[in-house]
Design a protein around this ligand. Structure first.
Ligand code: HEM
Ligand code: HEM
Length: 179
């Protein structure tokens, strides 16, 4: 089934979850490596790819939030009310951090005067004009927020594994298989 129900994730939500997880983890690793490379063609090619994939993540995120809005959100399986609220809060925090990380990257690039092209297929609309101060502020955000995002992802994965191996419920399976 494409759509979610009150207790299962549909195919669209599951594909978006796993595709974005791979892209985001890849962006963090590549982001950290690329900044250490010596100046040259390879470095600028990797920067272009990082920016294009980052832009794709932002577009997917907007679609994912829209899809979440027009679908039921499966109820967390935990019985404990605090755990259920924490799970929901954590998901919203993850969405917010991905949004800030991607948007700060785009603002940083545009404020430096570089357009953001997605593999030459299309360019993102210009959100900000060239400004050294804004570029530096966005860079500081981009170089910091990924750390909080990484901590969030680690806690999120630990929670998923706790559900699977300790609580032995279907939280992880329903994100993999739907039911
Ligand atoms: C969720 C999406 C993204 C993630 C997880 C991510 C992650 C990262 C990380 C971990 C770094 C290294 C930071 C450091 O050296 O401290 C980085 C650097 C960078 N990212 Fe992203 N990024 C994302 C999206 C974007 C986007 C959309 C753009 C631009 C369109 C972008 C442009 C850059 C640039 C230009 C750098 C190098 C900054 C520098 O030279 O100091 N990123 N990114
Ligand atoms: C970059 C990495 C990841 C991000 C940003 C991420 C983000 C999210 C978000 C935002 C949700 C909530 C979906 C919704 O209801 O709107 C979610 C659900 C879920 N994620 Fe992840 N995730 C990541 C990686 C992983 C990994 C590696 C695992 C497995 C080990 C995992 C397991 C799950 C499970 C089981 C759920 C369903 C939770 C529930 O039913 O309450 N995630 N994830």
């Amino acid at each position: 089934m494409l759509r979610n129900t009150k207790d299962s994730y549909g195919l669209v939500a599951r594909l978006l979850h796993w595709l974005m997880a791979i892209l985001i983890i890849g962006l963090i690793i590549v982001g950290l490596i690329m900044t250490e490379l010596p100046k040259g063609d390879l470095k600028s090619q990797i920067y272009q790819t990082h920016k294009a994939i980052g832009a794709i993540v932002l577009i997917l995120l907007i679609f994912r939030l829209f899809w979440r809005l027009i679908n039921p959100v499966p109820e967390p399986l935990s019985i404990d009310l605090r755990e259920r609220l924490l799970a929901r809060l954590m998901h919203l925090v993850l969405y917010a951090l991905i949004f800030i990380q991607a948007l700060s990257g785009i603002i940083m690039s545009q404020a430096h005067g570089y357009a953001v092209s997605v593999f030459g297929w299309f360019e993102l609309p210009t959100l900000v004009n060239k400004s050294k101060d804004l570029a530096e502020a966005a860079e500081e955000v981009h170089e910091f927020v990924w750390i909080i995002l990484t901590i969030g992802i680690i806690l999120h994965v630990m929670a998923a594994l706790k559900h699977h191996f300790i609580d032995k419920d279907r939280t992880l399976l329903r994100m993999i298989k739907g039911q």
